[in-house]
Design a protein around this ligand. Structure first.
Ligand code: ATP
Length: 134
C-alpha cells in the first residue's frame, strides 16, 4: 500500500525552500526533535537551530533550519523560518569565515561586542559545517 503523504511548505524571508509532499518530516523543535506524519494532531511550536529531514518514499532531503515556527495540521506542515538551505547549497568557505569572525568576537575584550549575536552566528556556522554528516 502507498505510504500516506502530508504536504510540507518551508518558507524563509527570501524563498520558498519546499512545497511538496512527504511521508515524514523531522525537525528540531525548541523542546526536542519532532517527527510528523500525515494525520498528526494540530499544534504550533517554535523551532530551534538544527537540521530538518524530509522523507518522501525512498528519497531523503536534508536542510539546515534556523529558528521560526511550525504549524502542523493533519494534512499540512507549514514551517516559517529565519533561514534554511539544502546541504548541497551550503558554501563551506563562507561558513568557515563566519565561524572565524564569530570566534574572534567571542574572544575579544571589546565591551561593544554583542556576545549573544556572536554566539548565534557561531552556532549557525557550526550547524552548516557539521550538517554534511546527516
Ligand atoms: P554570514 O555571516 O556568512 O552571512 P549568517 O549566519 O549571518 O552568515 P544568515 O543570516 O543565517 O547568515 O543567512 C543569510 C542568508 O545567507 C540566508 O539566505 C542563508 O541561507 C544564506 N547563507 C548564510 N550562510 C550560508 C552558507 N554558508 N552557505 C549558503 N548560504 C548561506
Amino acid at each position: 500500500m502507498a505510504e500516506a503523504k502530508i504536504r510540507v511548505r518551508i518558507v524563509t524571508p527570501t524563498k520558498e525552500l519546499y512545497n511538496d509532499e512527504a511521508t515524514m518530516v523531522i525537525m528540531r523543535g525548541s523542546e526536542g526533535d519532532l517527527g510528523v506524519l500525515k494525520g498528526h494532531q494540530p499544534f504550533i511550536t517554535t523551532l530551534d537551530y538544527g537540521v530538518l529531514k524530509i522523507k518522501n518514499g525512498e528519497e531523503e532531503l536534508v536542510s539546515t533550519l534556523f529558528g521560526g515556527f511550525v504549524d502542523v495540521t493533519p494534512d499540512l506542515v507549514t514551517i516559517l523560518t529565519d533561514s534554511a538551505e539544502w546541504l548541497e547549497d551550503i558554501d563551506v568557505q563562507r561558513a568557515e569565515e563566519a565561524k572565524r569572525r564569530a570566534e574572534e568576537r567571542l574572544n575579544s575584550k571589546d565591551a561593544n561586542i554583542d556576545f549573544l549575536r556572536a554566539e548565534l552566528a557561531l552556532k549557525r556556522a557550526n550547524i552548516r559545517l557539521n550538517s554534511k554528516k546527516y
